[in-house]
Design a protein around this ligand. Structure first.
Ligand code: 3PG
Ligand code: MG
Length: 400
């Protein structure tokens, strides 16, 4: 288990708390289009407000090149933060270090909140530069990290800063780690992982780690095609990484050795092109036409994997099972997600999902609220599943 201080170990009354959050949320036309990451940090901010802290929010946004880029300012986030905090005012500082930031922070009263400008406007952030971290540390008395979704970055506000001030994990950081640990480190068994998405190459380490930990691995999405090709199936014009077939065979061998059952598609929904409403066929995996593409798992596969979910106690889900953005190729993902949600609600399954496209896929299935836990993290969730140490978590542990 991770061991670090939490909010409960701090005495933040009247103190300036540098709260690292992840406000890297999708914005269109200056408006936040998905506020989940904002809503999920509210319990930590409110706990600090209740405790009469002076809350200073630090975050990155997008990938500026270590210099100011007005298109990537955090200022448009202020109204969304104020809404999430029930209308409470959030002050904004046009820089995250120096006199501009200090001026705004000095104006805070106990129980009030400020947001500092994008950390990545300074090259020192991504370089984990000790001098930049020192400039951040000057602005606060305590440090709290609530940005699990950025914990895979060894950046100054995530790593170096944690060593310069008394450091603790926020409520969201604790919740993310608790659920991931419950799902993967000490799970109720049997434990199943559903892994989908386009490419095997981006999830190699993840698959290699999972086959040694889970009882059953369900592989879908484009990456399943590479496994099918590795097994000698003709897959027509389907997306596949032919150069990865040897690796796919190694993963299957490792699974066999570890006693992990691997479920691959037995039938598929195919079409000649990926477009909405295109004419589709259902074929056995041995009968994929040369001109066709596999775009979703077929109904027999979907039924089989839903039945397998019924036998499981714990589920970890990452990635869609088909081209879910383009109906009707969302059918397998939606059916399996709904099955998992039903089993969760019936108290038969502990379900944890996260990473990249997964949240969008679960939202399409209308089950985002019905899993036991949905992580706010993309890359950090994947690195956790790969078994890697996350620098942001390690920094809190060594600071404790
Ligand atoms: C994310 O959105 O995955 C995190 O905020 C990390 O962002 P990054 O991939 O730009 O480091
Ligand atoms: Mg990312």
């Amino acid at each position: 288990m991770a061991s670090f201080l939490t909010l409960d170990d701090l005495e933040p009354a009247g103190r300036r708390v540098l709260l690292r959050v992840d406000l890297n949320v999708p914005i269109e036309d200056g408006k936040v289009v998905d506020a989940q990451r904002i809503e999920r940090i509210v319990p930590t901010i409110e706990a600090l407000i209740e405790a009469d802290a002076r809350v200073v929010l630090l975050s990155h946004f997008g990938r500026p090149k270590g210099e100011r880029d007005d298109a990537l300012s955090l200022k448009p986030l202020v109204p969304a933060l104020e809404t999430a905090l029930g209308g409470r005012k959030v002050a904004f500082a046009e820089d995250c270090i120096g006199s501009v930031a200090a001026f705004v922070i000095n104006g805070l009263t106990d129980g009030s909140v400020a947001l500092l400008e994008n950390l990545r406007f300074h090259a020192g952030e991504e370089a984990n530069d000790p001098e930049f971290a020192r400039q951040l540390a000057e602005l606060g008395d305590l440090y709290v990290n609530d940005a699990f979704s950025a914990a895979h970055r060894s950046h100054a506000s995530v790593d170096a800063l944690a060593h310069l001030l008394p450091a603790a994990a926020g409520r969201l950081m604790c919740a993310e780690l608790d659920h991931l640990q419950a799902a993967l480190e000490a799970p109720q068994r049997p434990l199943v992982a559903v892994v989908g998405g386009a490419k095997v190459s981006t999830k190699l380490d993840l698959l290699g780690n999972l086959v040694r930990k889970v009882d059953c691995l369900i592989v879908g999405g484009g990456m399943a095609n590479t496994f099918l090709e590795a097994q000698g199936h003709a897959i027509g014009r389907s997306l596949s990484e032919s150069e990865m077939t040897e690796t796919a065979r190694e993963i299957l061998a490792a699974a066999a050795e570890a006693g992990c059952e691997v479920l691959l598609p037995e039938d598929a929904v195919v079409a000649d092109e990926l477009a909405p409403g295109v004419s589709t066929r259902i074929v056995s995996i041995d009968a994929v036409p040369a001109e066709a593409m596999i775009l979703d798992c077929g109904p027999a596969t979907t039924a089989k994997l839903c039945a397998r979910l019924e036998e499981m106690a714990t589920l970890v889900w990452n990635g869609p099972l088909g081209c879910f953005e383009v109906p009707p190729f969302d059918a397998a993902t939606v059916a399996a997600a709904r099955k998992a949600a039903e089993l969760t609600e019936a108290g038969k399954l502990m379900s944890v999902a996260g990473g990249g496209d997964t949240l969008a896929a679960l939202a399409r299935a209308g089950v985002s609220e019905r899993f036991s836990y949905v992580s706010t993290a993309g890359g950090a969730f994947l690195e956790w599943l790969e078994g890697k140490t996350l620098p942001g978590v390690a920094a809190l542990e060594s600071a404790a």
